[in-house]
Ligand binder design. Structure first.
Ligand code: MSP
Length: 713
């Protein structure tokens, strides 16, 4: 059997994953299911990238040890993949003991194979801890070009990888294998980056403890990208390979799968995969992956979706919506997967919204496909006693509709071939466009042939025509079920069962595209009772419910912030108040000018230490500050609290210039319910003293150096 190995990136388990991360994984899952339908033995690897400074800081901020912290987050990620029905076969995490063996072995091989490729030298430069990447080799302050946060100055004695020695080899690789980076416009970007000159990179860290130890130098750990990329080897048993080389390794282990057929990545991490990774492997003398496939970003209102921007869309509320509104019939993961694969031309950025998703669901799934299935199953039940009709002769009608040349050879001609070609090119939206053209043709076919009129007629010819029409549509739906399975696994399985195929032809996931032949649906097959597979949703009700579900997910935090007492000097940012606003009501802001803010707390309203403990205050560093259009008192701040960067609106614009705030360490109330101010989400509250009659805000800050994320008690 042909084998196929591919990977998602290994996700950072520092924060909750959103629909952008889910996109990469859903695309890969669709691909895995498609490849299995093509008869491949598939290894589909995903996992978590658990080392590095970012994770170390997040663990400290959570008051946990790094291993305990990442283990908890890893479990949350695995739970999400279960919810989204991700059919991965391998899960690797970089805190696994055998991963240390892999990483150290890759280095050792490189040192043996290419002496001098790793050397020790002084490193000084700017590094973005959030994205774990070098921004510049200079010392001048600079912001990360991905996340915009200020890059930190690093200066230490490190081990370097001689990347500069690989420039020609990499250019030759791209020249000889233009499919190495896909889509092709990404190859051009990678090529120009390499042509512009490669610098050696530091692949170890001295000041970090949380990482894979450097062999024979306990002061250093591996640079997190060297470590994480090697996860693609660990996950398929690279560490075991040395112990059990030979037969077993070739048949089941590492050498059965390596080299990977592709690594799927977002466009932001293409350089690591298409430049660094092949160089690391070349140095070690290991075969290179066949290709690196990059997708674009999911955008919300034109902006990259991200937790720190407060615009992230999460898959859980979607799953809960479909679960409750359709009584478990529709899997929200199917709808999300269909929506992103259909709407976003693969490789490019694409805008998503709840509204767009519900719209797609109602028009494409409930209307076009759902109605076709309902009509067909109803009519077979009503006019043919619930059995697929027997057709006499070979009517021409078959030729006019779905998969018209399928009778000849499904895999080399006709729509199945196009479908496969589109999938092989990662052109998911076109493959779905094509299937929807077929669905639309079938709906038109029913309208033009009017089987409900044929059913009234008594002639033998009309009866035969009725059987032809119903067989044509039912058999076409059988093909569609199989072709849709990679994208709508849950719904396609229901359709397959409703057509009675599971009993006669086996499970849908065991079908093979090259064995789909017209006539496979046997006359006499009992179809199921009609149960709509895509009940229509009321758009407004669904949207309202989604917002509630989203808010409910935040409830534990909201409850704490609701009961959090707001006392003098503890309140800050404000929503351009017209009248004095209540002090730190349930939202993230309160009026600094509000007289309440300075009123002393009556003794009879004293709170217990437990009440106080409900307020989670953390040290944050302001990484950016900017005015908000149309709100002269408000500033939009991005505040790094170690584990994440929060967006907060603060009513301090009349008293602080944005420039003076950047780099300032402040106190953030971190467990307040998020609120929107002038359309901008505010996720937390900065603490300030409220001075004088006008309540001039004076930000609380620290004289001594305190780490970001430290909790105030
Ligand atoms: N840990 C590294 C990858 C190491 S692979 C050896 C990493 N992790 S990540 O969690 O930050 O990102 C994982 C993937 O999610 C990346 O491919 C990234 O492009 C993708 N996405 C994160 N936000 C996204 C969107 N808004 N839209 C689409 N994909 C996005 O990078």
């Amino acid at each position: 059997m042909n084998k196929f190995y591919f990977t998602t990136p290994l996700y950072y388990p520092n924060a909750r994953l959103h629909a952008g991360h889910a996109y990469t994984t859903l695309v890969c899952d669709a691909y895995a299911r498609y490849k299995r339908l093509c008869g491949y033995d598939v290894a589909f690897l995903t996992g978590t990238d658990e080392h590095g400074e970012k994770l170390e800081r997040a663990a400290v901020a959570a008051g946990m040890t790094p291993p305990a912290f990442v283990a908890g987050k890893r479990a949350e990620i695995q739970k999400l993949w279960k919810l989204l029905d991700i059919s991965y076969t391998h899960f690797v995490y970089t805190d696994r003991p055998d991963h240390t063996v892999s990483v150290q072995r890759l280095l050792k091989l490189a040192q043996q194979n290419e002496p001098g490729v790793v050397y020790k030298a002084q490193y000084q430069g700017r590094y973005c801890i959030y994205d774990e990447r070098y921004i510049s080799d200079g010392v001048e302050p600079v912001n990360c070009d991905i996340c915009g946060r200020p890059a930190e100055l690093i200066s230490e004695h490190n081990y370097f990888f001689k990347l500069s020695a690989f420039q020609d080899r990499l250019l030759k690789l791209y020249e000889e294998n233009p499919q190495f980076v896909q889509p092709d416009f990404r190859l051009n970007e990678v090529r120009s980056f390499v042509k512009s000159g490669l610098h050696d990179i530091s692949i170890s860290r001295k000041r970090i403890k949380w990482g894979v130890p450097w062999p024979d130098d306990p002061e250093q750990v591996f640079y997190v990208w060297y470590d994480a990329l090697t996860g693609y080897l660990t996950g398929i048993d690279y560490a075991a390979d040395g112990e059990d080389a030979g037969k077993r390794a070739r048949q089941e282990g590492f050498w059965k799968w390596w080299p990977a057929d592709f690594h799927m990545v977002g466009k932001d991490i293409i350089r690591f995969h298409a430049v660094y990774w092949p160089a690391f492997l070349m140095a070690a003398g290991l075969p290179l992956p066949k290709s690196v496939v990059a997708h674009g970003w999911l955008l919300v209102e034109g902006d990259k979706m991200s937790k720190s921007k407060g615009n992230a869309v999460y898959p859980e509320p979607l799953a809960a919506l479909f679960d409750s509104e359709t009584h478990g019939v529709v899997a929200g993961s199917d709808v999300l997967r269909y929506y992103v694969l259909r709407d976003i031309p693969f490789g490019h950025d694409g805008m998503i919204s709840y509204e767009g998703l519900i719209q797609r669901y109602n028009s494409d799934l409930a209307n076009d496909l759902g109605n076709l299935v309902n009509r067909t199953v109803t009519m077979i039940n009503r006019y043919c006693d619930g059995s697929v009709p027997q057709v006499l002769g070979t009517p021409d009608d078959f030729d006019r509709f779905l998969l018209r040349r399928a009778q000849e050879n499904a895999s080399t001609t006709g729509e199945i071939k196009f479908f496969r070609d589109f999938f092989e090119e990662y052109n998911f939206s076109r493959s779905l466009d094509m299937l929807w053209q077929q669905i639309s043709l079938l709906n038109q076919y029913l309208v033009s042939r009017q089987p409900w009129v044929l059913a009234e007629a008594t002639t033998a010819d009309a009866k035969e025509q009725l059987r032809v029409v119903l067989y044509t549509v039912a058999e076409s739906l059988r093909f569609l079920a199989v072709l849709l399975y990679p994208i709508l696994p849950h719904a396609a399985t229901l359709l397959w069962r409703q057509l009675g195929c599971e009993d006669s032809l086996g499970k849908i996931e065991n079908q093979r595209l090259d064995q789909l032949q017209w006539g496979g649906l046997k006359p006499g097959t009992k179809v199921g009772k009609l149960e709509p597979i895509f009940p229509r949703l009321d758009k407004n009700v669904a949207l309202e419910k989604l917002l509630k579900l989203e808010a409910a997910e935040q409830e534990p935090v909201a409850a704490a912030s609701e009961s959090a007492p707001a006392k003098e000097g503890k309140v800050e940012s404000q929503p351009e108040p017209k009248a004095p606003a209540p002090v730190a009501a349930s939202g993230s802001v309160a009026s600094t000018a509000a007289p309440q803010a300075t009123a002393p707390t009556p003794t009879d309203q004293k709170i217990s230490i437990d009440d106080f403990a409900k307020v989670e205050m953390r040290v944050g560093e302001i990484v950016s500050a900017e005015p908000i259009a149309g709100a002269k008192k408000l500033l939009k701040l991005m505040v790094d609290i170690g584990s994440e960067v929060r967006q907060v609106c603060a009513g301090i614009a009349e008293h602080y210039q944005p420039e003076q705030l950047v780099g300032m360490k402040v106190v953030l109330v971190a467990n307040l319910q998020p609120r929107k101010l002038r359309g901008v989400e505010s996720n937390g509250m900065i603490v300030a003293a409220s001075v004088g009659d006008e309540g001039k805000p004076v930000l609380v800050t620290f004289k001594e150096d305190v780490p970001k994320g430290a909790r105030l008690k």
